[in-house]
Design a protein around this ligand. Sequence first.
Ligand code: SAM
Length: 341
Amino acid sequence: MNIYPVKFQRHAMPAPVADGHGRKIGYLRISVVDRCNLRCDYCRPSGDDYHAAPRQHLLSFEEIERAVRIAASLGVEKIRLTGGEPLVRKGIVDLVARIAAVPGIRDLAMSTNAVLLDEYALPLRAAGLQRVNISLDTLDAQKFSRLTGGNLHDVLRGIHAAQDAGLAPIRLNAVLLRGINDGEAAQLIDFSARERLELRFIELMPMREGLDWQQHYFPMAELLAQPEIIARVDVSAWQRQGSSAARYLPLRDGQGRVGFIEPMSNRFCEGCDRLRLMSDGKLRPCLPADNEVDLRSAMRSGSSDSEIAGLLRNAAASKQEIGTYRFEARGHQRSMIAIGG
Ligand code: SAM
């Protein structure tokens, strides 16, 4: 029986959005653009095989802000802006300010390659961005340039700008690539410890990428068997943190920890509390599953806030209980540059 008078029922908080497996959705990742100023082979199809969506397909700032407001009314508290590279979206500081002002949003983060962070860190912090995850797979300038087409020094400058701006915590994400950076993990750990950054290693996922996944996939177990890693982290002291995709091991000197994200070899779907909104306005309930919900068409055809909320609920309800990617799991329709990591 509903005990509230009708006039209050209309304003009652909607029930928090949850999926069909009891997971409460509190986290929305928003890709704001499907273009990038780097060209990492593991993130995008090779050569000319990648076409960004036409400009008019990108959600406008008004549409993104509306999606955030409706998601927040359903209990979403955490937003991560990603891409492509979010800093190449014109007006990104304005977008951050708009999202930071949405009631209910308590955690506003960004994933970036940091190439433009030297210029943007301070204005982003002032606009309400709290923290950043920075991608960095190698500290070898030549290798970095071969792998990404970019300049390592821009990234290092970007990291220091983020530190100076007070963005915290700053995390480094390194994708493990056999034959490319699998011998550099210890160096990345030492660099992160020195710079007081939290490093996380990520297993390569077979998306629609330009390099050969079979050739370059490097399982975390192999990393954790390397003597120089065992010398640095206590491999028997696993820790989990909330719904984070990473599990952590403490550094042996007690001065921090290292994260391990193992989408291929160690399931973490159970704690997943996120939905992904891609730059073309499609909601992707699960990273490895190609089913998507079209928010953009709904918004542009005049759907009400409660209808949009219904679509968010449908997307949450269709989250799957997938355990891990399987080795033969190839042929995804989207690459990471299009989905947003
Ligand atoms: N441009 C931003 C950046 O560099 O962080 C945000 C987008 S990028 C797609 C987000 C993350 O996805 C990066 O850390 C990247 O290394 C990771 N990523 C891309 N392709 C991947 C793959 N095939 N497997 C695992 N991680 C991948």
